[in-house]
Design a protein around this ligand. Structure first.
Ligand SMILES: Cc1ncc(C[n+]2csc(CCOP(=O)(O)OP(=O)(O)O)c2C)c(N)n1
Ligand SMILES: [Mg+2]
Length: 383
């Protein structure tokens, strides 16, 4: 008889220790949830913050950068220079920018199409975005893929795939690997209200919760998934309620308040990093553009978009906040905006000057043969 290893299978619990959560207690914090607008003035942002003035101005820069990069992409799209669609985050930029800004350099994100702001905060330059959208040879995927379908492992940005929900188990796997390698990183996975209805979302989050992995899920309640309103997507009122099914804490945050998004993610990241496990953050926001530029939004009730534009625009709110608290003057904000525009001009010109990729290279760098055992390694194009 063949000899077997003497190692017996074990059910030893290797997860970080944690005090048991009280049973059946809903743990949804609403400290940073949206508040009713005050009758006497426009909405602002939360004043309870640990951010210094220089950081508050940097946040403003990223918000402005996100909006203006997207505006330039629309411009390029209308000139038929973009290959594929343009997906806007107009009206919800604060969610991606504020949450990503709360992370440390080595932390990871898996953004979706509405999270360009998080990608920029992670250090991706506008020129990469422009070249990628135009499928240019100098773009990060060399024309092999489009929009934000590329990644940068050095910068902690995992390129998304299109299948909704699937980045949750991917990020869970990354965090499990990091734990085995004794790296204390945190991962933020973004998901839409529609994406949360997938099986992959459930399986990924359940596994992360059971393993107490430092996964932060940012659930973007932006009122629509394509043309489906959220009340036809899910029976819960707040997406945060779903956390109870996984036994993890949740927060509801005003997704159009960039400071609140930062603060809530910062707290979640500290909790996750010290072994508390997964956290769900629901950001209440609004998608002011259609699913992509081609979508004329005929399914949206009259007046809804203009209401959000007038009363709850994340950039307007933040400008009001910075001016009212005398963190910046109007001149200072204009100066930042001009600087952002200058960068966009330069980067867009660079991307436009890039050639299109050579057809012969299309099949290179698509398949990673290194991941396959040598004996069964197929002959593929290398490099
Ligand atoms: C599993 C799966 N089903 C359907 C689609 C097609 N699809 C792409 S985006 C989208 C809507 C996503 O809505 P939501 O998750 O709310 O994100 P939002 O677009 O609002 O940011 C759909 C249905 C897909 N990519 N993957
Ligand atoms: Mg949505």
């Amino acid at each position: 008889m063949a000899s077997h290893t003497t190692d017996k299978p074990t059910n030893k619990d290797t997860r970080p220790r944690r005090r048991r959560a009280p049973r059946f207690r809903m743990r949804v914090s609403t400290k940073y949830a949206p508040r009713k607008p005050q009758a006497d003035g426009p909405l602002s942002c939360t004043t309870e913050t640990t951010l210094e003035n220089s950081q508050l101005l940097e946040l403003y820069r990223y918000l402005k950068l996100t909006r203006l990069v997207e505006e330039r992409l629309v411009n390029l799209y209308r000139q038929t220079k973009v290959v594929g669609g343009v997906f806007r985050s107009l009206g919800q930029e604060a969610t991606a920018v504020g949450s990503a800004y709360a992370l440390e350099r080595n932390d990871f994100i898996t953004p979706l199409i509405r999270d360009l702001g998080a990608v920029l905060v992670k250090g991706i330059r506008p020129r990469e975005i422009f070249a990628q959208y135009m499928a240019k040879a100098w773009g990060p995927s060399g024309g092999r893929d489009l929009n934000i379908h590329f990644g940068d492992m050095e910068k902690g940005f995992i390129g998304p795939i299109s299948h909704l929900g699937d980045m949750i188990p991917v990020m869970t796997g990354i965090l499990l690997a990091a734990r085995i390698q004794k790296k204390r990183i945190v991962g933020v996975a973004y998901i839409g209200d529609g994406g949360m209805s997938t099986g992959a979302f459930h399986e990924g989050l359940n596994f992360a919760a059971v393993q107490r992995l430092p996964l932060i899920v940012i659930a973007e309640y932006n009122h629509y998934a394509y043309s489906t309103p959220t009340n036809l997507q899910t029976a819960v009122r707040d997406l945060a309620e779903k956390a109870a099914g996984y036994g993890i804490p949740a927060h509801v945050v005003d997704g159009n308040d960039v400071v609140a998004c930062y603060e809530v993610t910062k707290r979640a990241a500290e909790f996750a990093r010290r072994g508390g496990g997964a956290v769900l953050i629901e950001a209440k926001t609004y998608r002011r553009k259609g699913h992509a530029e081609h979508d004329d939004q005929r399914y949206v009730p009259d007046g809804e978009i203009s209401w959000w534009e007038k009363h709850n625009d994340p950039l307007d709110r933040y400008e009001h906040y910075l001016l009212a608290r005398e963190i910046a003057t109007k001149e200072k904000l204009d100066e930042i905006a001009a600087d952002v525009l200058r960068e966009i001009e330069e980067d867009c010109a660079w991307a436009e000057s890039s050639p299109m990729p050579d057809p012969e290279i299309a099949a290179y760098r698509v398949f990673d043969n290194e991941n396959v055992a040598p004996a069964v390694r197929p002959k593929v194009l290398q490099n």
